[in-house]
Design a binder for this molecule. Structure first.
Ligand SMILES: Cc1cc2nc3c(=O)[nH]c(=O)nc-3n(C[C@H](O)[C@H](O)[C@H](O)COP(=O)(O)OP(=O)(O)OC[C@H]3O[C@@H](n4cnc5c(N)ncnc54)[C@H](O)[C@@H]3O)c2cc1C
Length: 409
């Protein structure tokens, strides 16, 4: 099926959002010929991955980004989370986690997606061995035993076919590559929307993240480097729309009522955006000549802020396995990738999904048990220690990059 005049590479990464760009950067020092294809230029207002949201990076993600050599550029705009306060609105349950008690400088760091995108794409621009095609969209993928053939459409027209030994789907929850590879995927709608905005209060945010479980769903306030907070407010779709469209004063008053006064008086709100929430889960993370990473493999509810952290470990493990492989798309390599990611992926999907269900319940007995659970959690150092280790993932196959080791031995 090899088309005459087709471009060739070892690895074609489809999607240069948070996870695809990270994988490309991880592969920059290897001997692999890598092409990264991204539909929307980083820095554009329409970029769906590097948009107005902010992301909480756990210590595991920080370690990977540090090993990739970009943490020093991210850090000046990252706010450390030194304390986490968890509460249940209208009930007695309350738990507080303090990073210093776990001998950590911070549980994680909050950074704006735009800044993360700018840093990752700048670093890619310094890596001549990675071919960047953006804006360019993969319109079709045909899989054959030896090669996958991608049709790439650039702004000025057809870019011609591209042959790759391995195609990596980093093209998000509605992945075209996943469909082209015939990998089944399930989607279950939480019937909730995350409303996201930055707010300023009369207290500057100083390293405390709040997670409050309300009658409508979880409400998180995460500290930002400029002293404001980013709010992720889970709501029923109609309530989310009303709060997205109302005036700023009304929004601040509604947020104050739901959240209370722990972060001070709500003064200002920035641009609001909403994200319908569902759990999208591919049945498997590989197909012939194809590997899925990030949201293409699994898109999670943001309640535990784990989606990118998990996707980054997908990228780190895949990079490690293909870096020295004679054929990066060989069946044995892909089978090992699937095995190595199984426990972490399954564990994190279940943990997040159960957390959403636990805190969405309206049943009296379940609410009492949940509040008792929070109190017991507050008293239990081992439980807190386990939670503080969450950002390293489930299972015991930690990628080399998460351990601070370079990809190549
Ligand atoms: C409200 C909210 C808050 C969140 N907060 C956190 C958090 O605090 N911590 C955390 O770890 N995670 C968080 N997440 C999850 C995190 O945002 C996702 O896990 C992450 O965006 C996944 O990145 P990705 O690169 O896999 O996919 P995406 O971000 O969906 O990027 C996919 C990319 O592929 C490109 N693309 C798509 N199709 C094509 C094509 N055919 N050709 C070329 N390019 C294509 C798109 O333009 C895009 O750039 C949050 C999610 C939400 C919704």
């Amino acid at each position: 099926m090899s088309a005459p005049g087709a471009g060739r590479c070892d690895v074609a990464i489809v999607g240069g959002g948070m996870v695809g760009a990270s994988l490309a950067l991880a592969l920059a020092g290897t001997r692999l010929k890598v092409t990264l294809i991204e539909a929307v230029v980083a820095g554009s207002d329409l970029q769906p991955s590097f948009d107005d949201r902010s992301t909480a990076l756990g210590n595991g993600a920080r370690q990977i980004l540090q090993t990739l050599g970009v943490w020093d550029e991210i850090a000046p705009a990252a706010a450390p989370i030194r304390e986490i306060h968890v509460s249940d609105a209208g009930h007695f349950g309350f738990a507080r986690l303090n990073a210093a008690e776990h001998e950590l400088a911070a549980f994680g760091y909050v950074v704006s997606n735009r800044h993360l995108g700018a840093v990752l794409w700048r670093a890619l621009g310094r890596s001549p061995q990675i071919e960047l095609r953006s804006p360019a969209r993969v319109a079709a993928v045909r899989i054959a035993p030896e090669w996958a053939q991608l049709s790439v459409q650039a702004e000025h027209g057809d870019d011609g076919p591209l042959l790759a030994r391995l195609v990596v789907a980093a093209d998000g929850a509605h992945s075209l590559v996943k469909q082209a590879a015939g990998i089944e995927s399930s989607s279950s709608d939480y019937r909730q929307v995350a409303l996201v905005a930055n707010v300023r209060t009369d207290h500057s945010a100083r390293g405390v993240a709040f997670e409050r479980f309300t009658a409508t769903g979880p409400l998180a306030l995460l500290p930002l480097a400029d002293g404001a907070y980013t709010v992720v407010w889970t709501l029923a779709p109609d309530a989310a729309q009303a709060l997205r469209d109302c005036d700023a004063g009304e929004f601040c008053r509604a947020l104050q009522r739901s959240f209370g006064w722990r972060a001070g008086r709500m003064l200002q709100v920035g641009r609001r955006a909403s994200y319908p929430l569902s759990l999208v889960r591919a049945q498997g993370v590989t197909g012939e000549r194809v590997a899925l990473i990030g949201n293409a493999a699994q898109a999670l509810h943001p309640v535990a802020a784990q989606g990118f952290n998990l996707g980054l470990r997908d990228a780190a493990m895949l990079a490690e396995l293909i870096a020295t492989a004679a054929d990066p798309g060989a069946q044995a390599v892909l089978a090992q990738f699937a095995r190595q990611r199984d426990a972490d992926r399954g564990g994190m999907i279940m943990f997040t999904d159960q957390l959403v269900k636990l805190f969405n319940t309206r049943r009296g007995a379940a609410i009492a048990a949940r509040n008792l659970g929070l109190l017991l959690f507050d008293l239990s150092q081992p439980a807190k220690r386990a939670l503080s280790r969450l950002s390293w993932g489930f299972g015991d196959s930690l990628p080399r990059l998460s351990r601070g080791l370079p990809l190549l031995r």
